[in-house]
Design a protein around this ligand. Structure first.
Ligand SMILES: *[C@@H]1O[C@H](CO)[C@@H](O)[C@H](O)[C@H]1NC(C)=O
Ligand SMILES: *[C@@H]1O[C@H](CO)[C@@H](O)[C@H](O)[C@H]1NC(C)=O
Ligand SMILES: *[C@@H]1O[C@H](CO)[C@@H](O)[C@H](O)[C@H]1NC(C)=O
Ligand SMILES: *[C@@H]1O[C@H](CO)[C@@H](O)[C@H](O)[C@H]1NC(C)=O
Ligand SMILES: *[C@@H]1O[C@H](CO)[C@@H](O)[C@H](O)[C@H]1NC(C)=O
Ligand SMILES: *[C@@H]1O[C@H](CO)[C@@H](O)[C@H](O)[C@H]1NC(C)=O
Length: 511
């Protein structure tokens, strides 16, 4: 009985397999386009389903902070989330895929570079997702800079072999999790490290420095130049359009088995990217909160009100001063850029870190947090972020000692030829468009929050408009942007703002 059944099954499977292979074979002549189109479309169909996001603004049981690398997420992790959640509430080993265990009881917070496909491991209908997006060109720059920075720390070793073995030994001893365990750095840093050592070896013992170049992004005797970095297959695999792939769960690090095929199809046939982009936009639309690295002060304020307030109120705290206007920041927002998010052991260790200079510490019980308010949360955030910035910029200085020529600054970015910027923009066209979408969402969040503050609407309204324009044109690559993507986005948004403000005014007059 078993044998005939097995035979029938085998034949059936064979039949199914050949049917499945048919499109592959038949489309060989059009470079796999038809096959790719089918794969991408069917993925998009299955990824599109889900709730309509009607109650997206309500914080659910579990908060998933989808941390896109180099967007400043670390500041939120340390200066907000650790003030709001206790160590026990944080899902263990958040950043470390291998040891991630969402079944942990009481676990209410996941912060991770893992992509959206992580939600397949989470109770989806009880999970709220938040994220931060950044101007893709700056994100690529920052990724490059951070790769060099972390890799350069190994240059204290006499050679690559010794650097590698020392790291392994150290990690075993401390049982810590380093940057080298965390995606995407586990690929990007060793790659850059190998390159730095090779260039050092090539310079020889005299260490004669030929380059007297002004452009730190192109000191080829010291470090891999930016133009080489962005054109490497590793960058294509991991960096470009990284935000879109992360929001859609299609990264190199996905939990979804089909991710690699879909991603490769989109890279090979760029016009299929529109399906992925649509899924990404829908995902952002359904998130509880979307922040912008560029507008970090307003992003933080929105985060405190949209997420922080709910965490506080859900943990049974009634002393909620949501009407209170938080203290305005003293730092210009530009100072925030490029000093964010560095990945270290601290991510993994919820008991160490920054508590010494904090008004509240992370091991607080509910009683300790009982007096926390949104206003206080913002105050705590401001002082926390100031010390975070300081320590990060010190760290960078020390790390880059051995490649002093790579003194990356925002001013130095202007030395980078226009052609390279254009190339980055074109390599990240999906992210460029997603970022535009995120800015629209951000404006809506902003308006919504203002809706809760009718008293301050009048005096803040012109500032809001100015912020919006500033945000775009303060950016060093404003002109390129305008040409490529922004023109339409700005006009639509401006019209939207004007409309919203006008209708609110009208409403007030009626009342
Ligand atoms: C690397 O450096 C270590 C320590 O100085 C040395 O023992 C080893 O021989 C070196 N290896 C190579 C391949 O040069
Ligand atoms: C976490 O922090 C504690 C206290 O600072 C330290 O003893 C421990 O080794 C750290 N664990 C990891 C994995 O870094
Ligand atoms: C992810 O990218 C890295 C670097 O290009 C590569 O070595 C690795 O094999 C990739 N992983 C998958 C699952 O494709
Ligand atoms: C953190 O809070 C706990 C409990 O509220 C307290 O015992 C501890 O001393 C605090 N630590 C610091 C550094 O303030
Ligand atoms: C918090 O509130 C309690 C009473 O609810 C009070 O005894 C305590 O002093 C307050 N703590 C702070 C830091 O304000
Ligand atoms: C960067 O370093 C180089 C060489 O060390 C120096 O000539 C240059 O002036 C520095 N640039 C900035 C912007 O500090």
């Amino acid at each position: 009985m078993a044998r005939p059944l097995g035979l029938v099954l085998a034949i059936a499977l064979l039949g199914a397999a050949s049917v499945a292979l048919l499109p592959l074979v038949s489309s060989a002549d059009d470079d796999g386009y038809a096959h790719c189109e089918g794969a991408v479309k069917s993925w998009a169909d299955s990824a599109g389903e889900g709730d309509d996001g009607a109650d997206k603004l309500n914080l659910k049981d579990l908060l998933f902070f989808l941390h896109i690398p180099r967007t400043g997420g670390r500041a939120y992790f340390h200066c907000f989330l650790k003030k709001l959640y206790t160590g026990a509430q944080e899902c263990p080993r958040s950043y470390d895929k291998l040891r991630f265990d969402p079944s942990h009881p009481d676990c209410k917070l996941v912060v991770s570079h893992d992509d959206y496909s992580l939600t397949s491991k989470l109770p989806k209908e009880r999970t709220s997702v938040v994220t931060i997006l950044r101007n893709p060109v700056d994100r690529v720059f920052s990724t490059y800079e951070f790769s060099v920075e972390v890799a350069a720390r190994f240059l204290v070793h006499p050679n690559l072999t010794s650097a590698k073995s020392m790291t392994t030994r150290l990690l075993k001893k401390t049982r810590g999790v380093s940057t080298l365990d965390i995606w995407p750095w586990k690929y990007l840093v060793p790659w850059m490290r190998e390159d730095l050592f090779a260039r050092r070896d090539a310079r020889g013992i005299d260490n004669t420095r030929s380059s007297n170049k002004v452009n730190p992004y192109d000191v080829d005797d010291m470090a891999m130049p930016l133009h080489q970095y962005i054109n490497d297959p590793v960058a294509h695999e991991i960096i470009h359009n990284g935000a879109t792939f992360q929001v859609t769960g299609l990264t190199n690090n996905s939990y979804f088995d089909g991710a690699h095929m879909v991603r490769h199809c989109v890279r090979k046939h760029p016009d299929l990217g529109r399906f992925v982009l649509q899924v990404a936009k829908n995902r952002l639309d359904r998130m509880l909160y979307v922040g912008l690295t560029e507008d970090h002060e307003e992003s933080a304020r929105l985060f405190a009100h949209m997420v922080g307030a709910q965490v506080l109120s859900q943990s049974g705290i009634l002393n909620l001063d949501i009407q209170e206007d938080p203290p305005s920041g003293t730092d210009p927002h530009s100072s925030m850029l490029d000093q964010e998010d560095e990945e270290t052991n601290e991510h993994m260790n919820s008991t160490d870190g920054w508590s010494s200079n904090d008004a509240l510490n992370t091991t607080d019980d509910d009683h300790g947090k009982g007096n926390m308010t949104v206003g206080k949360l913002m105050e705590t955030y401001e002082s926390c972020i100031a010390s975070l910035r300081k320590s990060q910029s010190n760290r960078r200085k020390i790390s880059l000692k051995k490649v002093a020529e790579a003194n990356f600054t925002k001013a130095a970015r202007r030395q980078v030829p226009e052609a390279i910027l254009k190339q980055i923009i074109s390599l990240n066209s999906l992210d460029m468009e997603l970022y535009e979408h995120a800015k629209n969402i951000f404006t809506q969040e902003h308006l919504m929050l203002k809706g809760q503050h009718p008293v301050v609407v009048q005096d803040k309204q012109s500032a809001a408009q100015k912020d919006w324009i500033d945000m775009v044109c303060d950016s060093w690559n404003c002109s390129t942007w305008k040409v490529v993507a922004l023109g339409l986005g700005i006009s639509v948004t401006t019209v939207f703002i004007v409309f919203a403000v006008t209708s609110r005014r009208t409403l007030k007059l009626k009342i």
